[in-house]
Ligand binder design. Structure first.
Ligand SMILES: NC(=O)c1ccc[n+]([C@@H]2O[C@H](COP(=O)([O-])OP(=O)(O)OC[C@H]3O[C@@H](n4cnc5c(N)ncnc54)[C@H](OP(=O)(O)O)[C@@H]3O)[C@@H](O)[C@H]2O)c1
Length: 207
């Protein structure tokens, strides 16, 4: 898939690495093209200014803070018909709480900012360190939850996750990002608050 990764921090770099390794056509972009270029060059991806990514991308990974998504979308321009993969968690400053929830979610707020785009919640329950190291946990793939309202977009993002080695789990409509974002909150608590470290990932088992 032709994917632009917006952001070149922990998540942006890890997702770029794995997408490129899996053979996707990856562009890295963001507000600082020198930083984007450094990550792109490391992983064999391309770099483009946000305003020029539109014709070359079927999907965007919004690997920035939830609060920055508005600025990013303004710089990209028209994203109608595009898939917006949303890994954001709307965290409080101490990372131990969520700034929105129950009656909305970061994903739903992003969908309001980009009417016409197909927002799919994904990657938010995975630590960047897990994404960087790969989906395999000793023979068991980590879960790749997807939530979204466009069935085709959700299948496409599930396919991307599968290509990276994750076991995709269809978590329902975008409204269920209200569940997935707190799952990430619990993951962060367990990793940092309870001291389990960052090589952990939530999954679901079925008997
Ligand atoms: N880290 C994790 O393990 C993890 C796991 C799951 C989900 N997430 C979510 O993924 C997102 C990125 O997290 P991260 O850990 O990768 O953060 P990070 O390493 O701090 O990187 C943040 C990225 O956002 C960009 N950014 C910040 N403000 C911006 C703005 N106003 N306009 C455009 N770009 C802006 C930064 O660019 P500059 O360097 O130019 O400021 C940088 O590329 C967050 O929403 C986070 O909740 C993180």
């Amino acid at each position: 898939m032709k994917i632009t990764v917006v952001g070149y921090g922990n998540i942006g770099a890890a997702v770029t690495k794995q997408l490129a390794k899996a053979g996707h056509d990856v562009i890295v972009s963001g507000r600082d093209l020198d930083k984007a270029r450094a990550v792109a060059e490391e992983h064999g991806a391309k770099v483009l200014p946000l305003s020029e990514t539109g014709t070359q991308s079927e999907a965007y990974v919004l690997a920035v803070y939830f609060e920055a998504v508005k600025d990013v979308l303004a710089s990209i321009g028209d994203v109608s018909g595009k898939i917006l993969i949303d890994p954001t968690n709307p965290l409080t400053a101490d990372f131990m709480g969520l700034t929105v929830g129950h009656s909305t979610s970061a994903a739903e707020e992003i969908a309001k900012l980009a009417p016409g785009a197909k927002v799919v919640k994904a990657f938010n329950t995975l630590f960047a360190q897990v994404i960087d190291a790969g989906a395999d946990f000793g023979g068991t793939p980590a879960a790749g939850f997807v939530a979204g309202d466009d069935a085709d977009a959700k299948v496409a993002v599930a396919g991307v996750l599968e290509s990276l080695g994750y076991a995709p789990i269809d978590a329902g409509g975008l409204v269920n990002a209200r569940y997935l974002e707190p799952v990430a909150g619990l993951n962060i608590y367990l990793g940092y608050g309870a001291g389990l470290g960052t090589q952990i990932a939530p999954t679901w088992i079925k008997r």
